[in-house]
Ligand binder design. Sequence first.
Ligand code: ADP
Ligand code: GLC
Length: 497
Amino acid sequence: MTLKVLHVASECVPFAKAGGLGDVVGALPKTLAARGHDVRVLLPKYGFVDTAAMVRHAAPLAVPLGDGEAWCALWETRIPGSAVPVYFLEHEALYAGPHLYTPGYDVRDWARFALLSRAGFQLARHLEWVPDVIHGHDWPTGVVGAIHECIEGGAPFEETATVMSLHNVAHQPLFPPPAWKMSQLPERLFRASAFEDHGAMNPFKGAIATADLLVAVSARYAWEITTELGGAGLHELFRARRDDLIGIRNGVDTEIWNPRTDPRLPARYDVEDLSGKMVCKAALQREVGLPIDREIPLLGIICRMTHQKGVDLLLEAAGPILDLGVQLVVLGSGDPAMQRAFEWLGRAYPSQAAAVIGYSEDLAHRIEAGIDYFLMPSRFEPCGLNQMYSQIYGTPPVARRVGGLVDSIVPFPSDEATGFLFDAPTAEALYGAVRQAVELFRHAPHAYRRMQERGMAQDFSWNGAGVVYEQAYLRALARRRAADAPGPALDVSRASG
Ligand code: ADP
Ligand code: GLC
């Protein structure tokens, strides 16, 4: 069966990306389209999106907002290298700024993203194209799940199923109740079993309560969010929706992340011949100002500098780790105190540590290829992409035993090991795993090489996940057909505390 799927999202590579969500929305639709489905994507036209090579639709979209309707222009292009149409919703006042998300989640973000979700419904009408599935991603598209309760949700959408991807349930902005009026959504949706959360409005909670199917970005994460520790206050809701909650691990866009073809690398390589990786290592050492020496273990990390990513654990363990005689390269931005601490580390250990504060896709590729171990001391990690990129690039990860990291790394000392996992979210546990990894690199080069080979041989492509998503969509459609009664059958309030 050919499925018509509309992704509504706040990020999509290569147009707009803040994190892995953008990688996923850039890749999954391509995979599904290659499998014969009719897949399209709707995004906001942020200020930095260049429409020069896009086609503008003659008719604007009118979307309910505020006291009347917001008139939005519509631009169309394709995801590069594919036939997947991408529509950009233009609204000068709401999207023209430089940010994807307003810092601190200003209440205007509610207007921005409620508008986006509902524009998805209007887009389908405008195209006279009724999707089988509308697929939303995290809190910005929370309204997608509620289509059947919105004024737009009658004909022709009665049979359209809604799927909500759960990339990171920890991001739950709360908006003040008056914002509800601005979005012109039915009052009945602002209830404890949907969008209302202790008097405030919680788009993610509303999405989780109303979507036909919930897809966590790894199987482990699908379980973690049903626990008090991992559910970010919504574990009771996830438990209540257990029958509609599945986990599908993200894949890797191997057209972008592939050491055999990667144009961003100074040399290319594959599992048969890793000599190009040594060229990448030397070039990276030169680029970041570290002594060029292939024998020195080179560790690296690329991430948003946040509590989630455990970079503070790395800062705490940095002294002992560097005392092992290794080099460390850091690429990231985020928390200003963490940024300063890494910059200080680079100054204090100029021959061992280098910190690049900022965001660079190009450097990210060169780091993945040039280092010997990739560090991911995440406190929680719904899926994580870098540990998969690194394995493909012959760089075993050293990561915490959590979320998607568990589902994508076979830990040392198994015969099948592709990396290292440690348990406690502590500097000591991270140090212990790094020390083991460094010993393997120094004293068991053949075992290290086999670990690299096993990682490179993993199939992390989207092909497998694409098949599972098809099944998930069919399941969502069956769920929708069974749910004749208006509104979700649920009545679960957010667990307090
Ligand atoms: P998250 O989405 O939680 O940040 P993921 O591992 O899923 O974590 O995805 C992060 C993505 O963002 C990866 O593609 C990673 O390479 C990229 N990334 C994060 N920080 C930077 C940076 N400073 N420069 C370049 N890429 C970055
Ligand atoms: C989120 C998660 C990350 C995941 C990404 C893509 O940003 O933090 O673990 O890989 O979404 O699903």
